[in-house]
Write a protein that binds this ligand. Structure first.
Ligand code: ADP
Length: 591
């Protein structure tokens, strides 16, 4: 299958652009994504540590106030004003081994849920006393509450029920990063999802929280997978109460920019590829159109239109290719004409030599009627009546016609070659040649057997030239059988729709295999000097090939030689496809 250069160029350009775009996208999104991931980590780390410092500060400030309250019991309204987020405060004192609530305060307007919060047990109070500060989630009845328990000296613990959103205000996450606060055991104190606070969800199983709870270091970072996707997270623990602040962002965020880049690059890239392909089509057409014109001209030349030129005016390589091609075409025509001329000269000289060979027979052929004419003329002179003289005139006329016919035939044959072709009856051409040589063959003692098939197709060609070929075969055969006792020549025609064939078989010595390969070469002869030119068969072959036919020989030493000539029928020549119908095309049909 022929593949157009245009599509190849477009294919290559398209493939290169797609490859370049894909490589660019891959590299760019990779760099983008890893860069964004790094900056996401930075953001979560900074946010976690800043938030932890603020939580530290506000918890520490509140703890200070609680300690002060425990020790001095000032008016609570001043210490814990309405907007402070502190709903209730209780002061416990340890008397011997018992804890007593020594004072309590519930701010008016505090949510009712505050009253439902169970007070700390003795063990919990002891723990707070030892730890110094404990924060836990005491949310109850749909109200988010946290409790801060602070040791105020050796025997006193002050607890406060607070609104976590107000006290830990700094944990107000926004944007793509979410921040949450956990108590020392991993339980949620404050979270962007309020339900998690109300249900006091334990997040200690979340990898980053697990890290935070067991970590020796006060901060760290971690990437992990969860049911909701991958997270980039950092934690920082507060000094006061060992609370855990986690800041995390979905890892997808890191790829969002890369994806946006990919989408835009794809749109722009598709546009560019479209433009590039259009340009490639345009330029490759400029290359392939002249090539197509060149191909068309080559086909014309191949069909025999020598000298055909391609019209092209371009100043590039294609233009100079066209110019060289045109030069070649002109040169081809010039040489072909010269070759034709030489060929005709050769044909003519070969013809003259054939006439030389025929001359003895022809002279004999003409001599007979001449003798008749002379004899009848003498008899005429002696005739006594006009009627008798008329009889002799008639006989003289007959013989003169006969001699004239023979000479006419010879002149016809000797005429310089013309290349006119006409539609011919194949058998007539063959029979004409046989007739021309009949007398010579008879003189040489050769018996000719003809077998002409009926209904042969008409052929197209130059009768004079074809006769010359046959004459050459007949004379060669006759010469080959010289000195043989039985001299037989078989001329047979046959054919089918595609063409016709004539075979000339003799019973002479045959042709040796190595000679068979050379007999069609010019100047190859086995005949003595002055007898053979070695041109007969080579001229014959060039004539037959000019008729798009085939000439070949079959011979076995000692069994004679048979020459075959095949010619395409006039119809087959017209219908044959392609510039050069060969005999192979024609062989396919029956003979
Ligand atoms: P020429 O007849 O002048 O030698 P041709 O080209 O006609 O040139 O023939 C070339 C050679 O082919 C002859 O010299 C002869 O050796 C051989 N040849 C041709 N026809 C026959 C034939 N019928 N039998 C044997 N040899 C032949």
């Amino acid at each position: 299958m022929q593949r157009s250069i245009r599509y190849q160029i477009v294919g290559v350009v398209g493939a290169m652009l797609i490859g370049a775009l894909a490589t660019y996208l891959w590299l760019a999104s990779d760099i983008f994504a890893s860069d964004k991931l790094a900056s996401l980590k930075d953001v979560t780390r900074v946010l976690a540590s800043t938030a932890a410092e603020q939580v530290d500060a506000s918890v520490e400030a509140l703890a200070e106030k609680l300690r002060f309250y425990g020790r001095s019991r000032p008016a609570p309204d001043e210490l814990f004003p309405a907007g402070s987020g502190v709903h209730a405060v209780r002061v416990f004192s340890r008397e011997g081994s018992q804890w007593q609530e020594v004072s309590s305060f519930v701010r008016p307007g505090a949510p009712g849920a505050v009253a439902q919060v169970a007070p700390l047990t003795a063990v919990q109070l002891d723990t707070a006393r030892v730890a110094g500060l404990v924060v836990d989630n005491t949310s109850v009845a749909g109200t988010a509450l946290s409790r801060i328990a602070v040791a105020a000296g050796e025997t006193m613990v002050v607890t406060a029920s607070v609104e976590p959103g107000r006290v830990f205000r700094s944990i107000a996450a926004g944007g793509i990063v979410r921040l949450y606060l956990l108590d020392a055991g991993g339980r949620v104190l404050l979270h962007p999802e309020p339900d998690k606070v109300l249900q006091q969800v334990d997040l200690s199983a979340v990898p980053v929280v697990r890290d935070a709870l067991k970590a020796e270091l006060p901060s760290g970072e971690r990437e992990y997978e969860s049911a909701t996707g991958g997270w980039v997270s950092s934690f920082t623990r507060t000094r006061a109460g060992q609370l855990v602040v986690v800041a995390e962002a979905p890892r997808e965020e890191a790829f969002r920019a890369a994806r946006a880049l990919t989408t835009r690059a794809l749109v722009v890239g598709a546009l560019m590829i479209g433009i590039a392909v259009a340009l490639a089509v345009y330029f490759s057409r400029r290359v392939s159109a002249p090539l197509a014109a060149l191909q068309g001209t080559i086909e014309r030349i191949a069909r025999g239109e020598l000298g055909a030129e391609v019209e092209m005016q371009s100043a590039n390589e294609i233009g100079s290719l066209a110019e060289s091609f045109n030069q070649m075409s002109r040169e081809l025509m010039r040489r072909s004409e010269e070759l034709d001329r030489k060929n005709q000269q050769l044909v003519q000289s070969e013809k003259m030599s054939a006439i030389g060979e025929l001359s003895a027979g022809l002279a004999h052929e003409v001599k007979n009627p001449m003798v008749g004419i002379v004899g009848f003329a003498q008899l005429g002179q002696e005739s006594t009546s006009l009627d008798e003289a008329r009889e002799y005139f008639k006989l003289i006329d007959n013989d003169a016609q006969r001699a004239n016919g023979i000479l006419q035939n010879l002149l016809e044959f000797a005429r310089p070659p013309d290349v006119e072709q006409e539609v011919l009856e194949f058998n007539q051409v063959v029979a004409g040649a046989v007739r021309l040589t009949a007398h010579q063959l008879q003189l040489n003692g050769v018996r000719v057997h003809t077998d002409y098939a009926d209904g042969l197709p008409k052929i197209r060609g130059n009768g004079n030239q074809l006769r010359q070929v046959l004459l050459n075969l007949l004379m060669n055969a006759s010469q080959a059988m010289e000195g043989f006792k039985d001299k037989h020549l078989y001329v047979q025609t046959k054919g089918g729709d595609a063409g016709a064939q004539v075979s000339v078989r003799d019973v002479g010595p045959g042709i040796a295999p190595d000679a068979q390969a050379r007999i069609f070469e010019p100047f190859f002869t086995t005949k003595p000097r002055g007898k053979g030119t070695g041109l007969g068969l080579s001229v014959s072959r060039s004539i037959i090939e000019a008729h798009r036919g085939e000439i070949r020989v079959e011979s076995e030493m000692g069994k004679g030689a048979t020459f075959f000539i095949r010619l395409p029928s006039a119809d087959a020549l017209l219908n044959a496809s392609g510039p050069f119908p060969t005999i192979d095309d024609l062989k396919a049909t029956r003979h």
